[in-house]
Design a protein around this ligand. Structure first.
Ligand code: BES
Ligand code: MN
Ligand code: ZN
Length: 502
């Protein structure tokens, strides 16, 4: 998928030197810090600042902004003050949101370049701060507008400059800006894949995108077609695909195969249902269009590979993406059908709308071939997860507490948060079948947990974490730097987690 990326740079400049259509400057609300900021700005802007301070139109509160127009002492015609709130409450997420506020404000003007002054903070590393600023600014400007043919009323911000006049930190800042640029472009790619309609992205074209991405970012992609999937006896993938004219694909990604770090192979599995009608157990019409995003787990895996390869992380990573379209038809699988999966285990199809677990079962058992240390799957798996956690955290279940703790830490840092749910033995009996090894539904209660229990039946001898991203991958209401629709959730979480693995 083609993306025109923003031009993002680090500049060794002061506010006096920076050249841009607008320069955003962050201001804390704490009295001393506020006054210090105002003093620094007073030389070029005093005529406007004095009444603003006196009338308290801008006091550095979180979310507050104030546009000022400069005289010829500056090379930027506009300065945008952006409030950061209290210094003791500052966080990376607040910086992302403040950068998003600046970017969205700039976007309302007919301009093409934005500069953001780097705020010197003692609580975080300079590279973390710089990365957060780029994330907030770039991701807040995302729009899925490739199908809109009418002239756009706004210009696009094409250039983002993060600037500082502190020579001692410039290297660190630059490092963070570069990571931020790599990661945001991977998130944008994942969002584009999620938002693409079902007539554009189906198993074959999803696989093509993976192959293109692999070529561009230098990792390996192998695509199994229907015949190969048949020969491998991946019964779950074949059963779900049966109802559709679109044939299934099983995509295998591999990064850094030759690394000596082989005992540490990590596998990412992504649910790639390119459209989920529910099949014969048809979904109601309301909300069905969103099911074009039922491949958001796959999108997050492809995006993560893109970022990991560009960041050259020293790990061996494998990606497995089973991809199908779940349709009702004369050839579709039916409730009551019994499937034999890749590892020989059988499952009873109680509801054809519980299709994600059927294809993931094949992928999770196939994963054993690699003797991985760890397998993480991402899947828009259950509506129950949206009921439980809404849009603000993914459900996390698995068999390895240390890995889940590490993911929790990465989730809090990136704000792609995960919330652990239990996988107690007692839940297992809800998916017991009289006619097969397991049933694909677990009744009304604890739907996210019984879905995870189904997956657990197919894992091998490896550490495993399942993330149910049904609520976080697609938004009905926009958030600070996530527009409505596909969020690209999982890319930033996984990249942060994988950065911590050596
Ligand atoms: N793709 C859906 C889950 C989903 C729902 C994702 C809402 C995002 C938003 C999944 O395939 C599904 O249909 N799950 C069923 C399972 C049930 C039949 C056991 C569900 O959650 O209703
Ligand atoms: Mn479904
Ligand atoms: Zn689904």
């Amino acid at each position: 998928m083609k993306e025109k990326n923003m031009n993002i740079t680090t500049e060794y400049h002061s506010l006096y030197q920076i050249q841009s259509d607008v320069a955003a400057v962050f201001v804390f609300q704490d009295k001393q810090l506020f006054q210090k900021s105002m003093k620094e700005l007073s030389k070029p802007l005093s005529a406007q600042l004095t009444p603003i301070i006196k009338l308290e139109d801008f006091s550095g509160k979180e979310g507050q902004t104030c546009s000022l127009y400069t005289n010829d002492t500056l090379r930027t015609p506009r300065v945008l003050l952006v409030g950061l709130g209290e210094v003791k409450k500052i966080s990376l997420e607040k910086l992302r949101r403040a950068a998003a506020t600046a970017a969205k404000k700039a976007q309302t003007l007919k301009i093409t370049s934005l500069a953001i002054e780097f705020p010197f903070l003692l609580t975080f590393s300079h590279s973390e701060v710089a990365q957060a600023l780029v994330e907030g600014a770039v991701l807040s400007l995302y729009k899925f507008d490739k199908y809109l043919t009418k002239e756009k009323s706004e210009k696009n911000i094409e250039t983002l400059k993060i600037f500082t006049s502190l020579s001692s930190i410039i290297k660190e800042v630059k490092k963070g800006v570069e990571s931020g640029a790599i990661i945001t472009s991977a998130v944008v790619h994942a969002r584009n894949l999620s938002n693409a309609p079902g007539n554009e992205i189906y198993p074959e074209t999803l696989a093509n995108d993976a192959v293109q991405t692999a070529k561009k970012y230098k990792f390996k992609a192998t695509v199994f077609d229907k015949r190969k999937i048949e020969s491998l006896k991946m019964g779950g993938v074949l059963a779900v695909a049966k109802g559709s004219e679109k044939t299934p694909r099983f995509i295998v990604l591999e990064y850094n195969k030759s690394t000596k770090n082989k005992k540490n192979t990590i596998i990412l599995v992504g649910k790639g249902v390119t459209f989920d009608t529910g099949g014969i157990s048809l979904k109601p019409a309301a909300g069905m269009p969103e099911m074009k995003m039922d491949m958001s787990g796959a999108a997050a895996v492809i995006g993560t590979f893109q970022a990991v390869a560009e960041l050259k992380l020293p790990i061996h990573l494998v990606g497995l993406i089973p991809s199908v379209e779940n349709m009702p038809s004369g050839t579709a699988m039916k409730p009551g059908d019994i499937i034999r999966h890749y590892n020989g285990k059988t499952s009873e199809v109680d509801n054809t709308d519980a299709e994600g677990r059927l294809i993931l079962a094949d992928a999770l058992s196939y994963a054993s071939l690699y003797k991985p240390d760890l397998v993480i799957d991402l899947a828009t798996l259950t509506g129950a997860c949206v009921v439980a956690l809404g849009n603000h955290a993914a459900g996390m279940l698995g068999n390895d507490e240390p890995t889940m703790n590490a993911l929790k830490i990465s989730g809090d840092a990136t704000y792609e948060r995960v919330c652990q749910l239990p996988l107690y033995d007692e839940y297992e009996k809800q998916i017991k079948s009289d006619v097969a090894d397991v049933k694909n539904t677990g009744g009304r209660w604890a739907g996210t947990i019984t879905a995870a229990w189904f997956l657990k039946k197919f894992i091998g001898d490896y550490k495993w974490v399942h993330c149910d991203i049904a609520g976080t991958a697609m938004l009905e209401t926009p958030q600070e730097y996530i527009p409505k629709g596909g969020s690209g959730f999982g890319v930033r979480l996984l990249v942060d987690f994988l950065k911590g693995r050596k």
